[in-house]
Design a protein around this ligand. Structure first.
Ligand SMILES: Cc1cc2nc3c(=O)[nH]c(=O)nc-3n(C[C@H](O)[C@H](O)[C@H](O)COP(=O)(O)OP(=O)(O)OC[C@H]3O[C@@H](n4cnc5c(N)ncnc54)[C@H](O)[C@@H]3O)c2cc1C
Length: 396
């Protein structure tokens, strides 16, 4: 699908750390939009090993701030055409995304979100329990009497899922075809800074000269920022997910319940893909827990009692680099030639195309793309946070 260059060159115009979707997309757009092809993507394992291959692939744009809504909407629009651009089936499937309300107070919040979304040009509306039942007949609106009943939902018709690893492969192949080198099993161990500017990176395969480094390592970001003594407010939490055995297609919507800390969709393979909110402790670990499997399975049955006999096939965890305002950290930094794409928490898969496009612009020109200006690291010292917690927590 893409070449495996045997040796690193001595020098590249740009070195991208991290072969997840974001790093690969940035490489692709650097080559395609800016003609910069002397680029190396360095990945310590295999591409898609991080959050890119571990996420539950929810794509949506019903965010709450003008900055977030415009950014994620641009990403959804890029996603819609990506299979054609890559000539690769990404199984992009528009499903519609429900955020259930289990109380009158939560319903008020969902109504507010719908109105803010409409104001920002995002397709969202409030729906009644009867309308939910019509679109998802198997749902138990009373949650088996074990949980508070469903009072309504925020409904976002463009909500979609896609095959996450194919997104990484598509960007990798497209970047490779344009001359970018992708080096797997190549770990960055240090970054060389002289007079406040990047001059190279050390790897476990030797030193590379470069004047531009893009860090796109999501849950590993704190390790990279330590190398350049850059302070960020990032904290790392695990996030878990699981799939059931494959079933005949019956669920063609994405269903999220913040009250039950649960979300679920059905993949094109028939598996139910389910997850919860973040593990509530800071930890750099990709181990999954029995506690998660029990809690998530229980809540799945609260919503869909007929799933009682279905088996869990697999469960796993990934690392999430959380920001205080649930928005990403993107763009230029005080270090000349060091660019950051991080703070992707639980919501970064959907941003893959637009983050690639905007980071490529930023690296190529040295100036933040206007869509990501609000996400610059400096917002924390300017107290200009972009608060997305209300839209980005369990919904991912
Ligand atoms: C269980 C789970 C469910 C999720 N669900 C969703 C969802 O439904 N929707 C959504 O939008 N988002 C979701 N996310 C979040 C999403 O997965 C991430 O935000 C996104 O994948 C980040 O992509 P990335 O390319 O920035 O980083 P990653 O895909 O994590 O890639 C970073 C890469 O950097 C490499 N790396 C790290 N350090 C070094 C080094 N020193 N040298 C070389 N390489 C290095 C790593 O090996 C890794 O491959 C979920 C996350 C998890 C864990």
């Amino acid at each position: 699908m893409f070449r495996a260059p045997e040796q690193l060159r001595n020098e590249y115009d740009v070195v991208i750390i991290g072969g997840g979707g974001h790093g690969l997309a940035a490489a692709y757009y650097l080559a395609r939009e800016h003609g910069i092809t002397n680029v190396a993507v360095l990945e310590q394992g295999y591409i898609g090993r991080g959050g890119t291959g571990r996420n539950t692939a929810i794509i949506r744009s019903n965010y709450l701030t003008p900055e977030g809504a415009r950014f994620y909407q641009a990403s959804v629009e890029l996603f819609q055409d990506l299979s054609r651009q890559f000539d690769l089936n990404l199984f992009y499937s528009e499903r519609g995304h429900f955020t259930l309300a289990h109380s009158p107070a939560s319903l008020r919040t969902q109504r507010w979100r719908a109105e803010v979304n409409k104001h920002l040009g995002i397709d969202s509306e409030l729906v009644t329990p009867a309308e939910i039942k019509q679109m998802v007949p198997e749902i138990d609106l009373d949650c088996g009497g074990q949980q508070p009943p469903i009072h309504g939902a925020l409904y976002h018709p463009p909500g979609a899922i896609a095959r996450h690893d194919a997104v990484a492969w598509g960007y990798a192949r497209g970047a490779d075809q344009r001359g970018v080198e992708i080096h797997q099993q190549t770990r960055v161990t240090d970054i060389e800074i002289r007079d406040g500017a990047v001059c190279g990176v050390h790897t476990d395969k030797g030193f590379i000269k470069t004047r531009k480094v893009l860090s796109a390592v999501a849950g590993w970001t704190t390790g990279i920022t330590e190398m350049v003594s850059l302070r960020t407010p990032l904290v790392i939490h695990p996030l878990q997910a699981m799939v059931t055995e494959p079933l005949k297609p019956w669920l063609n919507k994405i269903v999220v319940s913040a009250s039950l800390h649960l979300y679920v969709s059905q993949s094109s393979r028939g598996e139910l893909v389910a997850g919860a909110s973040l593990d509530p402790y800071e930890l750099i670990s990709m181990r999954s827990t029995l506690d998660f499997a029990e809690g998530t399975a229980g809540h799945l049955i609260d919503l869909f009692p007929m799933l009682g006999d279905i088996k869990i096939l697999r469960q796993w965890a990934g690392l999430c680099d959380m920001t205080p305002d649930f928005s990403p950290i993107m763009g230029t930094t005080p270090i000349e030639g060091f660019y950051i794409d991080a703070g992707w928490g639980t919501w970064g898969f959907k941003a893959t195309p637009i983050s690639g496009l905007t980071m490529a612009h930023t690296v190529a020109t040295g100036n933040d793309h206007e869509l990501i200006e609000p996400f610059n690291l400096s917002r924390f010292s300017r107290w200009q946070l972009v608060g997305e917690k209300g839209a980005a927590s369990v919904g991912h």
